[in-house]
Design a protein around this ligand. Structure first.
Ligand code: EPZ
Length: 420
């Protein structure tokens, strides 16, 4: 086991390159299993969740090679359609292999996925959508036996909630369905567009990705391609919050302004200045931040739930009272008690509303990461705090943030990773 040891209080400065998006790399890697060819995926972040996706690809018979941030998947001899529970439990995104396997083989045996414990995270929307496509889903001793022996038939699917994973699974399943599938109330996240871009370059026929209505026309067989994963907008918000929490001034190389459109106004409200030139984003912070009156997480293009904990970590020392409402997941305040150990003044109402009274400064403490983004939030808070903070269970952070201590050290932070 490892921990992060952070001596806070240093204003961050300098330039940092942005990693590829975890939440795009994972569905794209799953999608390579649907391709009877070789897929070359560039800008793939070096994360434990990516390693878990590679393990699943190898388990079903793909040959996978990693060269730096490029992952090469040869799926020509893939033949497995069963994913063991141990691999499914590794992460949430394993459920998206379901659509890829159905598309390629017409059958799949999986178990419910794992992932951050930020809520119940059911897969009812995934399964009801597959059934609409003609997939039979039988639960047998915890295993979901999914079969489309006579192939899938395109249909109209209206999602009760714009679920990212369900939208991805429907797109992947519909690739080889007969006729057209129309998804209404689809998720609009940039990662959906990236997945569709990859699939279209393999020969798929998808239109409307990134909008509420997505159309997929079934095709016979997909060919291999090269694809570059989009930058990680949530890690970008992590670096921005660290600059804001330390009164620093940094440049994030590789940020995409449009992807950050729900986030930038929040930083401007607290008093930060942001400017873009090409793919370089510069952010400079005031000595003292101003509160955000009210912030509510929403599906894209609303404020992203994945940035909620990270932003809260900078609001705890902003002047005034901020109110943060988490509307996407029912258990996404696990970082709150840990921030309170560092001297934050936060009270939670109705389980989903955090009222944050800004304090002058946080102090170092021994704290625990409970999930990926909550762990990143503790690192942000520790960078701005007075004194030393130790964060354990940082395997959560390593699932989605590549070598976080290297990135923050590059920006002048006093941070190290130690074995416990
Ligand atoms: C994806 O999770 C992301 N993960 C999450 O990022 C992100 O928070 C989430 O989308 C929302 O943006 C990956 O892409 C790997 P959802 P996903 O289906 O697909 C409910 C991170 O930190 N729901 O959009 O699981 C669900 O319970 C992670 O990088 C159902 O009720 O999210 C939740 O309340 C955390 N039934 C809401 O929808 C379903 O069948 C949003 O879930 C599916 C979802």
């Amino acid at each position: 086991m490892e921990k992060l040891v952070i001596d806070g209080g240093i204003p961050l400065c300098g330039k940092i390159d942005l990693q590829g998006s975890k939440n795009s790399a994972l569905p794209v890697l799953a999608a390579t299993a649907a391709v009877d060819g070789i897929s070359v995926i560039h800008n793939c972040p070096d994360l434990s969740d990516v390693a878990a996706a590679v393990k699943i690809l190898e388990h079903i018979g793909c040959k996978v090679k990693r060269e730096g941030h490029t992952v090469i998947v040869d799926a020509r001899n893939a033949c497995g359609f069963e994913i063991p529970e141990t691999q499914m439990r590794e992460m949430r995104s394993s459920i998206v292999f379901l659509g890829a396997l159905l598309s390629r083989f017409g059958k799949a045996s999986v178990t419910p996925p794992g992932g951050c414990e930020i809520g119940l995270r059911p897969i009812d929307l995934h399964l009801s959508s597959l059934r609409s496509l003609g997939v039979s889903v039988c639960e047998n001793g915890g295993i979901l036996e999914c079969r489309a022996e006579n192939g899938m038939k395109g249909c109209h699917i209206s999602l009760a909630f714009p679920s990212v994973g369900a939208t991805e699974n429907i797109i992947l399943s519909a690739l080889s369905a007969q006729g057209e599938t129309v998804i209404t109330n689809a998720a609009r996240e940039p990662e959906i567009i990236d997945l569709a871009d990859f699939l279209c370059s393999c020969g798929a026929k998808i239109s409307g990705a990134g909008q509420s209505t997505v159309r997929i026309s079934g095709v016979k067989g997909l060919t291999g391609t090269e694809h570059r994963i989009i930058p990680d907008r949530i890690v970008a918000s992590t670096f921005m919050a660290a600059a804001a929490a330390t009164g620093g001034k940094i440049t994030v190389n590789g940020a995409v302004r449009e992807h950050l459109s729900p986030i930038i106004p929040v930083f401007e409200t607290v008093g930060c200045r942001t400017e873009f030139s090409g793919n370089e984003m510069r952010i400079s912070a005031p000595r003292k931040l101003t509160r955000v009156k009210s912030l509510r997480t929403m599906p894209y293009p609303g404020f992203p739930t994945d940035s909620q904990a990270i932003i809260m970590a900078m609001l705890v020392t902003a002047k005034g009272t901020s109110v943060v409402t988490e509307k996407i997941f029912e258990n996404r305040f696990r970082h709150v008690p840990e921030l309170i150990k560092m001297g934050a003044d936060i009270r939670v109402e109705d389980g989903c509303v955090a009222v944050i009274d800004g304090v002058e400064r946080l102090h170092g403490a021994k704290v625990s990461a409970g999930d990926l983004r909550g762990g990143c939030a503790l690192a942000v808070a520790a960078l701005g705090a007075a004194g030393r903070t130790e964060i354990d269970r940082i395997y959560h952070i390593d699932r989605g943030c590549e070598a976080i201590e290297k990135s923050f050290s590059q920006l002048g932070a006093r941070i190290k990773r130690e074995r416990i």
